[in-house]
Design a protein around this ligand. Sequence first.
Ligand code: FEO
Length: 359
Amino acid sequence: MKNTFKAVPVTEDVWWVGAIDWNIRDFHGYQTRRGSTYNAYLILTDTVTLIDTVKAPFREEMMARIASVIDPGKIDYIVSNHSEMDHSGSLPEVIAAVNPKKVFASAVGAKTLKELFSIDREITAVKDGETLSLGNRTLTFLETRMLHWPDSMFSYLNEEELLFSQDAFGMHYASLERFADESDPAILAYEAATYYANIILPYSPLVLKLIERVTAAGLSFRTIAPDHGPIWRKETGGIIGNYAKWAAQKPEAKAVVVYATMWHSTEMMARAISEGLAAGGLHVKLMSMDEVHRSDVVYELLGAGALAVGSPTLNNHLLPNMADILTYLTGLKPRNLIGAAFGSSSAPLSAPTAGAGRR
Ligand code: FEO
């Protein structure tokens, strides 16, 4: 069959050679309604370099995109910015197929890749701030530990002021538009925020430090090329500004009321609490765990100043869908929220109407 997978030029020397996952709907607990992309990039300079790979089942798509611009056997270097399997799953097979001169990763990344895949060759560990000559271009590596794994790093193509930012500044959004400036701004705003809330939020203090660091170093970014979703070019300040805002978690006049309910008693309480908060001047988002996904709740909490959670008692515990969101939030560690809990544990306040079941 004719190869329809083509590389997409990002700059004169850099090509997108990733894969589009139209069907993924769950990303470790985060509902990805619009699918995702696994972005990999080819730098066609004196030393041909591949930045990251793709999730294992998408290897052939990536190799076909590479082959649309160069013989994959001509790849000299592979840089692994992040060893989570959505970016490294195909790495062992790509290494075997391409036999690059060198493979680079952070020190933790080199160790992680060896452990994950038993890769039988040297992976060169690079240090924070180290540079790598690609002949007529230079890469600088920036360690970004915990964004989103301990191994994570950015690679910066100095001459083009292009940042390969792996998970950071990305979003789960499958589309045929490769650039943010070609995409629907409303979708970008929603998906970038949802991604931040569900993936990056616990590392917000590190995001603030990173922004401070690159600002102090005077680095500028003409292009930000993340490992998921559209590439930011033309205008990169907006997404960086949003990261600074989301990471600060400055509370606004907004409350999120989340509830699970059995026979409507807790629902009635949730509605009364919401009316009261709104009457007090807050913007209120009322969310039933029977109707929303945990990812939606976390999205709404970006910028909120208060969270009230409610559940009835079931067998001396919470309803399972309330336990679900509370467990998720424990890991994501949202900050600067005033918290409140409410619930019911006795007979229903009013008899359920005909046809009404558990809600
Ligand atoms: Fe897209 Fe942390 O992997």
